[in-house]
Design a protein around this ligand. Structure first.
Ligand code: IVH
Length: 684
């Protein structure tokens, strides 16, 4: 049964009209139609497509609401690799870029196309005969993930190209991002539901694009800007420059940054950089710099590429962001080792795309050196992922609070908090009797690089300790979902997940366990050295000063911290209980492999590991009594994921299966070296 002519015509007409209004609204930001009228057209089209299902095609605007969820993303190989840009981090480096370009070309001045550097995710959109057929993430530049269904929900991305002269095959590249206002709205919504807000628009965009359920993506209001072309067959005749290409893409109705410009010479580059920098805040989206590209394609070809980046383009990045705000209060936080840290409570500001309400003042001397007091206006800085800090005070008139002093007693437990001679830090002497230290110890114990208990973060630890459910790490292992279920913001499923995650953490390595104890001066590397040296926990715990300093990497300071730790009866008691539940390979006992976390377990390998080949990894696992399977199921114990890990990794996440990287895999073995693990097996 075909679609009657009149209906087919109406459907085609409606699709054009709806997409035209989408374009006006999402690309040109100049809507013409009242929402209600748009909704009416949309519903009419939906009704017709329901009546004539054979008329439904993937390029219909009705498909923008998302499709049924996938099990995993497929992998897409990029026809032309998606490379990255080199960075210029200063004006001098930008000038050096221009100099290199001129010298390589043997010319006095060069024409550049200048564009914002969008802070989102690179994607590639492939159109065949004008229809969007594939949308993929950048991945490692050679292969990405097939996120077509998700990208179809992005209103600014055309589902079809009707223009004359469109190439038969066209791959458009650009950035998916979330506008600042959509990000705020999404986070408000998340907060109102008691869910965790996203840290910044980039994370929100990434999280939304990588949903297996594209209906979720559809609700997230992602945006897109085109900045280039991968494959074009044929290449549009007459387009010989980057700026011409952007104009051409705009004529195909792709969204292209309005803030693009062309200039000749390095002064123009720097003017553009400064100009955009000044307007950065007012832009609708986040940018982390600007991009300069040699405009003429012939010259681009002449310059070519160095390893994985073009010589003809560079990203000139903005410096880490700083903002002005006001100090509302100075609080004292007690860390895991009892250190008292002054923290400024700030009038909330967004720095580098992240809302900041607290910033560290480091220690008492720093507060005095910078002369920071309540009521002051200060510069806060957030560089990359580091903790925000108060940089300096900006003198303005107004009332200032009194000079700040750290208390000489712990603000949490009231114990003395002396400042040891020659140290900049006051420490609470309360040890694990201090609730703050206990909480921090638990947070550290559960952290990713320690016992890796997902979902057991600060908020949950606060509640567990406050309600007396947990006093020490050992108590975690007798928690039940029912006990957790009574806590704030803890649904049945989350409670189950936390209990599961705690259970999974029993299988760990000696090194992680030692690190997790949070012994002062014993970081990850030292923990690894100790594990390798002692082989099991008991000899480590019983070691005296001499035995400890016999470890090549351990000096007297570290050794003394370890001895002090084990001298505490409380610590010995907690460890005694933990040893009853934790499971790691005990190498010196006979039949070690039977107890190893590898023996009897099923592994799935995916992606490329940095050092081991797949065969080596397999041999290693099998030698220790484990199995390697081809696909992920509920019976999989561990997924070992390297670079370019695709659908198997996604599946593992879905099924809550523990994912290891190469290091994580190696840590499961009694010794870090595969061949030794093998020998042990042969010898046992
Ligand atoms: S051109 C050969 N233009 O920056 C590289 N990239 O490190 C071609 N980006 O992965 C990229 N804005 O995600 C280009 N106007 C722009 C960009 C831009 C953001 C991102 C892109 C890429 C990364 C390069």
């Amino acid at each position: 049964m075909g679609v009657p002519d009149a209906a087919a015509k109406r459907i085609s007409r409606l699709r054009h009209e709806i997409e035209h209004h989408n374009y006006l609204y999402y690309v040109l930001d100049a809507p013409e139609l009242p929402d209600a009228e748009f909704d009416r057209l949309f519903r009419e089209l939906q009704d017709l497509e329901t009546q004539y299902p054979e008329s439904r095609t993937t390029d219909s605007p009705t498909q923008r609401v998302g499709a049924p969820p996938l099990d995993a993303f497929d992998t897409v190989r990029h026809a032309v690799p998606m490379l990255s840009l080199n960075n210029a981090l200063s004006v001098a480096e930008a000038e050096a870029f221009d100099r290199r370009v001129r010298e390589a070309l043997g010319v006095d001045t060069v024409e550049y196309s200048m564009e914002p550097k969008f802070d989102g995710l690179a994607v590639s959109l492939t159109y065949e005969d004008g229809v969007l057929v594939t949308g993929a993430t950048r991945g490692d530049g050679y292969e990405g993930e097939d996120v077509t269904a998700n990208l179809r929900t992005v209103r600014a991305i055309p589902l079809r190209l009707d223009q004359e002269g469109r190439p038969r095959v066209l791959e458009v590249r650009g950035e998916v991002l979330m506008l600042k206002r959509d990000f705020e709205r999404l986070n408000d919504y998340h907060r109102s539901k008691g869910e965790k807000p996203f840290a910044n628009p980039r994370n929100a965009a990434a999280g939304s694009l990588r949903q297996l359920d594209s209906r979720i993506t559809a609700g997230r209001n992602l945006s897109f800007f085109a900045y280039g072309v991968g494959r074009s067959d044929p290449f549009p005749p007459g387009v010989t420059t980057q700026s011409g290409l952007l104009d051409w893409l705009a004529s195909l109705r792709f969204p292209v940054a309005r803030d693009r410009q062309v200039t000749t010479g390095v002064d123009g580059l720097l003017d553009y950089y400064r100009g955009i920098g000044e307007r950065r805040k007012a832009l609708a989206y986040e940018i982390d710099g600007v991009v300069y590209k040699v405009n003429d394609f012939r010259l681009q070809d002449e310059l070519g590429y160095v390893s994985r980046a073009p010589r003809f383009a560079i990203a000139h990045k903005f410096p880490p962001e700083e903002e002005l705000t006001e100090v509302l209060g100075i609080e004292v936080q007690v860390g895991r080792t009892g250190a008292l840290t002054p923290v400024a409570r700030l009038k909330p500001v967004t720095v580098g795309g992240v809302r900041v309400t607290n910033a560290t003042l480091h220690n008492e001397d720093e507060v005095h050196r910078k002369d920071i007091r309540v009521g002051d206006t200060v510069v806060v800085r957030r560089a990359g992922d580091v903790i925000p800090e108060v940089v300096r005070r900006v003198p303005v008139s107004g009332t200032r609070g009194p000079e700040f002093h750290l208390p000489d007693r712990c603000p949490v437990c009231g114990s003395a908090a002396p400042r040891a001679e020659g140290e900049a830090i006051r420490r609470c002497a309360g040890g694990l009797f201090c609730e703050a230290q206990r909480k921090q110890a638990l947070i550290h114990f559960a952290s990713r690089r320690a016992m890796d208990i997902e979902g057991l973060g600060e908020r949950l630890v606060d509640q567990l300790v406050d309600r007396g459910l947990v006093h020490s790490p050992a108590d975690l292992y007798s928690l039940t979902a029912a006990a957790l279920g009574g806590l704030d913001r803890m649904g049945e499923k989350s409670a189950d997940n936390v209990v599961k995650a705690i259970g999974m953490s029993r299988h760990t390595t000696l090194a992680r366990f030692i690190y997790a104890l949070g012994i002062r001066n014993v970081g990850e590397a030292t923990a690894r050295d100790l594990a390798r040296h002692f082989g099991d926990f008991v000899p480590f715990m019983e070691a005296d000063l001499e035995a400890l300093t016999a470890v090549p990497e351990v000096g007297p300071v570290v050794a003394r911290s370890i001895l002090e730790f084990f001298e505490q009866p409380h610590n010995r008691e907690v460890i005694g209980r933990l040893l009853g539940v934790i499971d790691w390979p005990r190498v010196e006992t006979a039949g070690a492999t039977a107890k190893s976390p590898v023996s009897g377990k099923t592994f799935v390998l995916t992606g490329t590991l940095p050092n081991l080949t797949r065969d080596q990894a397999r041999a290693l696992i099998e030698a220790a009594g484990g199995k390697v399977a081809g696909s992920v199921s509920s019976r999989t114990s561990f997924v070992v994921a390297g670079e370019e890990a695709g659908s198997k990794l996604a599946r593992a996440r879905e099924l809550d299966i523990r994912v290891l990287d190469e290091n994580g895999l190696l840590e499961l073995f009694p010794d870090d070296h595969p061949s030794i693990a093998k020998q042990q097996k042969e010898g046992s």
